[in-house]
Design a protein around this ligand. Structure first.
Ligand SMILES: CC[C@@H](C(=O)O)C(=O)SCCNC(=O)CCNC(=O)[C@H](O)C(C)(C)COP(=O)(O)OP(=O)(O)OC[C@H]1O[C@@H](n2cnc3c(N)ncnc32)[C@H](O)[C@@H]1OP(=O)(O)O
Ligand code: CO
Length: 134
């Protein structure tokens, strides 16, 4: 059911420093910061030949990544995102397997303008998992 790895998200304590590191030290193609108020994060996408890195920084007072950064002040891998063709079919299949879909279970529009859902990290081998319909 799952398709390509769309992105690996890394929560960072200093977004500009992380952007500069990927651009200058690693020589990567680094995008501009993009505020996502509905998701409580500012994101920067880094284009790699085979996937993307999504740098995450908290936005607003109720950011879902604040707790993660409090526990991991140097930053760390926050989630992985897999592509699916039909997100509602994927959600129903995963729920039937006993996995918890976060929030109200209704897909929300993500940073690429496509519907996304998240699966609880405790049900996914300790890894917060995002699904994006492509
Ligand atoms: C820009 C849009 C979109 C895109 O298009 O790409 C995005 O990527 S948005 C990214 C940010 N949005 C989200 O993360 C939404 C989903 N996340 C959540 O609903 C919450 O963050 C959470 C996963 C339910 C965690 O909630 P929180 O209140 O921060 O923590 P808890 O204390 O309740 O955590 C319970 C338990 O889970 C562990 N945990 C938390 N976050 C992670 C993580 N990222 N990876 C692995 N494990 C995680 C946490 O440590 C707790 O474990 P214990 O300490 O053992 O209890
Ligand atoms: Co993401």
């Amino acid at each position: 059911m799952i398709g390509r790895l769309n992105h690996v998200a890394i929560a960072v304590p200093d977004l500009e420093a992380a952007r500069a590191q990927y651009r200058d030290a690693l020589g990567a193609k680094v995008g501009a910061p993009q505020d996502e108020p509905d998701h409580g994060v500012t994101v920067v996408f880094i284009e790699l030949p085979n996937t993307k890195i999504e740098l995450l920084y908290p936005l607003g007072e109720d950011s879902p990544i604040q707790g993660f950064l409090d526990k991991n002040p140097a930053g760390g891998i926050h989630h992985v995102c897999y592509e699916v063709e039909d997100i509602l079919a994927a959600r129903d299949r995963l729920r039937a397997s006993g996995l918890r879909v976060l929030g109200d279970g209704e897909p929300r529009i993500g940073a690429h303008g496509k519907p996304v859902l998240f699966l609880h990290p405790k049900d996914m081998n300790g890894t917060l998992t995002e699904l994006e319909q492509v």
